[in-house]
Design a protein. Structure first.
Length: 451
């Protein structure tokens, strides 16, 4: 199993950590950041992190428009040989400016809730570029998707197919439906991120898939428009996608033989990114070429649902050192960001590179846990990490925080959600202010019968 991006990785994520700040100084681009050659200050899209911290405070999420747009353009170019719709997986980062930036460049959206539908529409992404995934959907959410004219609703069970047909008939419309199949492919990633294995809750088992697809094609109120799958995340090459395609192809062929032609084939998301300086980087041109070649004979549109690949390394979580302590043999650096701001290390033992916002030169490294103020042992951003020992007040950059950081944030310990800042070519703007504790309290009420 490849565990790139996770602490259990035996080589990549840990061995390179020994001098992360020096590695970043040599190759900042892959993490979406830059380094001022004179001051060694980290920059994002031409603005120093220090300047943003001074204006916005910490913790704060910063996003590089250039990196995100560049990732989309690279993937588009890689797939240019065939009709392809790139539906950005909104769950990775649903910030309005990011949705708008991607939508303006032709991307669609892969959504998993009525809330994400509203966000995508609000950002100007038209219904015909939206696909609706997810293992469970409320009838009200299906109704909203039908009203928005989405491209396809991805159904994951016979029961859901009935539910959708019922809603479409009730509304006097025809629902565009795609079946999400479970190809039972091991995507060679962390177990929590492998969604295309038979034993997970996701998708329709291959056995019986054709029968259900034929039923969908023949049910009043439904139009079968596609087949889809999503086998997992942090996948570094085309192989697992090609394996999924090989499993889905007989179903496409059998449907065609029965006169059912599809509009699209959706191979899901999951393209990975480097989280540590020594990590592999996806060769996106080669990925695209292989997918284009393997689907060349299929007369349908290809849909891809990348999330992390587009935004992951376009984001930095800025945090300040509050202090230090030493317990038993362990050294702790206490920072003002915590598991409520970035839960990935606690939840998946995910590895995020953390470096000072001004990169030191060759300095001794100290092994430390970088922890937040939340009252949980699981509240850490990094464990046993060799770092240049920071002083109180120093600014640190948690890299790779563009995907599944803010969208998984909570207000645990009554810590208001940190602000979001969009940076583009030397300019920056706060695109969502820091929430206030007063606003959190104001949402609540005290019934007068409660004593
Ligand atoms: N499409 C579907 C149906 C999905 O379920 C997902 C992610 C994606 C696309 C986008 O996957 P991506 O390209 O971003 O890998 N919270 C975890 C990741 C969970 C991903 C769930 N599904 C993390 O922080 O790593």
């Amino acid at each position: 199993m490849s565990t790139q991006g996770f602490e259990s990785a035996s080589t990549s994520s840990t061995s390179s950590a020994a001098a992360d700040h020096l590695a970043i100084a040599n190759n900042p681009g892959r993490f979406g950041v830059g380094v001022d050659p004179e001051t060694r200050a980290l920059t994002l899209d031409g603005v120093s992190l220090q300047a943003i911290a001074d204006a916005v405070g910490t913790p704060a999420y910063l996003y590089s428009a250039s990196h995100i747009a560049g990732q989309l353009e690279a993937l588009k170019a890689a797939c240019a040989g065939r009709p392809t719709l790139i539906c950005y997986a909104v769950k990775a980062n649903s910030a309005q400016p990011i949705l708008r930036l991607l939508g303006n460049r032709g991307a669609g959206a892969d959504i998993v809730s009525g809330g994400e539908l509203e966000r995508a529409l609000a950002a100007g992404i038209p219904g015909e570029r939206i696909v609706y995934s997810g293992v469970g959907k409320r009838s009200s959410e299906l109704d909203a998707a039908l009203a928005a004219g989405v491209r396809g609703i991805h159904v994951e069970s016979a029961g859901e197919l009935e539910q959708l047909a019922g809603r479409a008939r009730a509304l006097g419309t025809v629902a565009p439906v795609a079946l999400r199949l479970n190809p039972d492919i091991d995507p060679d990633t962390h177990p929590y991120l492998a969604t295309g294995l038979r034993e997970t809750k996701f998708g329709i088992p291959m056995q019986g898939a054709l029968e259900l697809a034929l039923r969908a094609a023949r049910t009043d109120g439904l139009k079968l428009v596609g087949l889809t799958c999503h086998i997992g995340s942090q996948i570094m090459n085309a192989k697992p996608f090609l394996d999924s395609l090989a499993r889905l192809r007989p179903v496409i062929d059998a449907l065609a033989a029965q006169g059912v032609t599809l509009e699209y084939l959706d191979l899901g998301g999951g393209l990975g990114i480097p989280y540590a300086p020594g990590d592999e980087v996806v060769d996106v041109a080669s990925f695209g070429r292989q997918i284009v070649d393997a689907t060349a004979d299929l007369e349908l549109e290809l849909v891809l649902e990348p999330g992390r690949f587009l935004v992951g390394n376009g984001g930095v979580l800025l945090t300040r050192v509050l202090g230090h302590k030493r317990n038993a043999e362990r050294a702790f650096v206490i920072v003002d960001a915590a598991m409520n701001d970035l839960v990935r290390p606690a939840l998946y033992s995910a590895h995020h590179t953390i470096v000072p916002a001004v990169l030191p030169g060759e300095v001794p490294l100290v092994r430390a846990d970088i922890v937040g103020p939340v009252c949980e042992c699981g509240d850490f951003l990094a464990r046993d990490r060799p770092i240049p020992w920071p002083a109180s007040g120093d600014l640190l950059a948690v890299l790779g925080s563009g995907a599944y950081a803010m969208t998984m944030a909570s207000t645990y310990n009554t810590r208001p959600i940190a602000p979001e800042v969009m940076v583009s070519k030397g300019r920056f703007a706060i695109t969502r202010p820091r929430r206030s504790v007063a606003a959190l309290i104001a949402e609540e009420s005290y019934p007068d019968w409660l004593v």
